[in-house]
Write a protein that binds this ligand. Structure first.
Ligand SMILES: Nc1ncnc2c1ncn2[C@@H]1O[C@H](COP(=O)(O)OP(=O)(O)OP(=O)(O)O)[C@@H](O)[C@H]1O
Ligand SMILES: [Mg+2]
Length: 355
């Protein structure tokens, strides 16, 4: 297919040019992320705890302008079709990231979008388990050059494709130039194949999770109504909003037992992020606590497929449709832009001695 080959080559050239424009060295130094202690009350939890939580587990780039410039560079590159890169995350673990990523992907696919879900949980890659599939190859095989991206994309029922990630994602920041260019050329073909790339990240504020979040175009932060979950979600939002102000941040409340609880959780988070971080968090919706979710996990089937009329399924459908309306967002350069930014974060953190 000469046309397709030509298209891919053109994409690869653009990606390479973008890479060449990026500074190869970094003088950026790292500083503790928070200076100010605040006293917000989250269900009785003093928010000075939030600050400590963030200080203890994170870092800030003293100069984020370079990263932002990369985003601008990738926007001003010749226009090609770029996939939206959306990271799904939470501060606390076990709040539903993988369940929501898979079902959100299915709902987006149902509305006609081409969706790829990338398992970006480096510790416990289990996206495939939730879908009841067992892909033989994953991103590591592409990074090592054994397989092409097309060979590791695993089609699942419902029209979505997944890529197993696991620990291979760690290696992305450390690729040598030749390997990185080859990988990037391959990966950039995702921009032609997908409208949306969802990253199912791990929990917390590890160096890798932060790199994914700050490199993504949109970040969906999940929180349950529990104060610990809220506190950790706030910490995540705080870091991302400071490190990468262009990233579009959205909130999903999961596992609320009543509408009132969902509303109160949302209101609290919107209020404290506005008051203390000066950001307008985009509320994307809430998903009630619903027994069909764990039932579907046990059956290794997505709940939106098995129980399409369940409350949780309808809620995810609404969130997918809400997110669809936001799709006219300025492009951050698709998957190539994402990878460039992520690598740059990695290089800076390496040069500052962060592991
Ligand atoms: N809306 C919901 N109602 C009931 N149970 C839910 C809901 N959402 C998620 N769960 C349950 O919560 C558990 C954790 O879900 P999941 O594995 O998706 O979370 P996670 O955030 O990806 O976890 P990890 O941080 O370990 O990656 C699962 O048992 C799932 O069934
Ligand atoms: Mg998970």
């Amino acid at each position: 297919m000469p046309d397709q080959a030509h298209g891919l080559r053109a994409l690869a050239d653009i990606a390479r040019r973008e890479l060449e424009e990026l500074p190869r060295s970094s003088e950026t130094t790292l500083t503790p992320v928070l200076a100010r202690k605040s006293t917000i009350d989250l269900n009785g939890l003093a928010a000075s705890h939030l600050d400590q939580a963030v200080c203890g587990s994170s870092y800030a780039l003293a100069d984020i302008s370079q990263v932002n410039q990369e985003r601008v560079n990738s926007v001003s590159a010749p226009r090609v079709q770029h996939a939206r890169v959306i990271a799904i995350t939470s501060g606390k673990g076990g709040v539903g990231k993988t369940s929501i990523s898979t079902n959100l992907a299915l709902m987006m696919a149902k509305s006609g979008q081409r969706v790829v879900v990338l398992d970006a949980d480096l510790g416990l890659a289990n996206l495939h388990i939730m879908l009841g599939v067992n892909p033989k190859y994953h991103l590591q095989h592409v990074i090592s050059g054994e397989k092409t991206l097309g060979e590791v994309l695993y089609p699942c029922s419902g029209g979505i494709m997944i890529v197993g990630g696991g620990s291979g994602m760690c290696d992305l920041a450390d690729l040598d130039n030749a390997r990185r260019d080859a990988f990037l050329a391959d990966l950039s073909s995702l921009d032609e194949m997908a409208d949306v790339i969802l990253l199912d990240t791990g929990a917390g504020l590890s160096r890798n999770v932060i790199s994914f979040l700050c490199a993504a175009e949109e970040v969906v932060v999940l929180s349950t109504p529990e104060p610990t979950s809220l506190m950790d979600a706030y910490a995540t939002i705080k870091v991302v909003s400071r490190e990468a102000p262009e990233v579009r941040l959205g909130l999903v409340v999961n596992m609320a037992r009543t509408d009132e609880e969902a509303r109160a959780t949302k209101d609290r988070m919107i209020k404290i992020t506005k008051q203390y971080l000066k950001i307008d968090l985009d509320f994307l919706g809430s998903i009630p606590f619903d027994v069909v979710v764990p039932q579907a996990v046990r059956a290794q089937k997505p709940f939106t497929t098995t129980y399409p009329n369940a409350q949780a399924s309808r809620a995810v459908e609404q969130i997918a449709s809400h997110m669809g309306y936001r799709s006219q967002a300025p492009s951050g350069g698709g998957i190539s832009g994402f990878l460039n930014r992520m690598q740059n974060f990695g290089r800076r953190l390496n040069s500052a001695g962060h592991r």
